[in-house]
Design a protein around this ligand. Structure first.
Ligand code: DX5
Ligand code: ZN
Length: 220
């Protein structure tokens, strides 16, 4: 069983004080830092690129879990790896734009961890050809593009289906994760929990992360 990992999404952070926000959630016992990269094309929002990722890497002590919600991960994988991405995940929905298997192997060849993500309406069967090349599957529990959306419980069976397909790597859930939704996600077999609003919106971030961790542990 993979360890429980709480990965605050910096999308919900105060971008005017990013270094302070990184230190804040690291001191609050975050396991990973989740970086939501959006290109305004794959999703209708635009966030940040390799330059900001490098700035975060310069102050971070925890692994960077970089979520590429972009149309062309083949073009940008190396700049994000150069900037310090430890886990690099892109979306299977762009598979017609390039060679997914080649890119996953390239990420691993550079000594990092490779992930694929599925939108809520994408069957996990789409991942079957790539499971042997994956360290992580990121199951979206909201449609990618924005923080603060409502958790979609209908995606939970996708986690069990991944296990039935023989996937033994880490499974991350992303979108609407909080105190009232993390237990069902953990019970389904998720071990990495991305939480933006739930952590950055909490008055006490350490208490909130501890609560999320406790709820997830209790539900497994
Ligand atoms: C949405 C992002 C999520 C989002 C999570 O496209 O991938 O990581 O920021 O934010 P919350 O936890 O607020 O739903
Ligand atoms: Zn994300």
């Amino acid at each position: 069983m993979h360890p429980i990992r709480i990965a605050p999404s910096l999308l919900a952070a105060d971008f005017a004080r990013l270094a302070d926000e990184v230190r804040s959630v690291e001191q609050a016992a975050a396991d990973w830092l989740h970086l939501d990269v959006m290109d305004g094309h794959f999703v209708p929002n635009l966030t940040f690129g390799p330059v900001v990722t490098q700035a975060i890497k310069n102050v971070a002590t925890k692994p960077l879990d970089v979520h590429l919600m972009i149309t062309d991960p083949w073009r940008y994988a190396d700049p994000f790896l150069d900037a310090g991405a430890d886990w690099l995940t892109f979306h299977v929905e762009v598979e017609s734009n390039g060679d997914v298997r080649q890119l996953l192997r390239h990420i691993r060849a550079r000594g990092r961890k490779a992930g694929l993500s599925v939108q809520p309406d994408t069957p996990v069967a789409r991942l079957a050809p790539y499971l042997a090349e994956l360290d992580l599957v990121l199951v979206m529990s909201v449609f990618a593009g924005f923080g603060g959306q409502k958790f979609m419980p209908e995606v939970l069976p996708k986690v069990q289906e991944l296990r039935r397909l023989g996937f033994a790597g880490e499974v991350s859930m992303d979108g609407g994760i909080g105190s009232s939704t993390i237990a069902s996600s953990a019970a389904a077999g998720t071990n990495v929990f991305v939480a933006g609003t739930a952590v950055f919106g909490a008055p006490d971030r350490r208490a909130r992360i501890a609560e999320l961790r406790r709820l997830a542990e209790a539900a497994r």
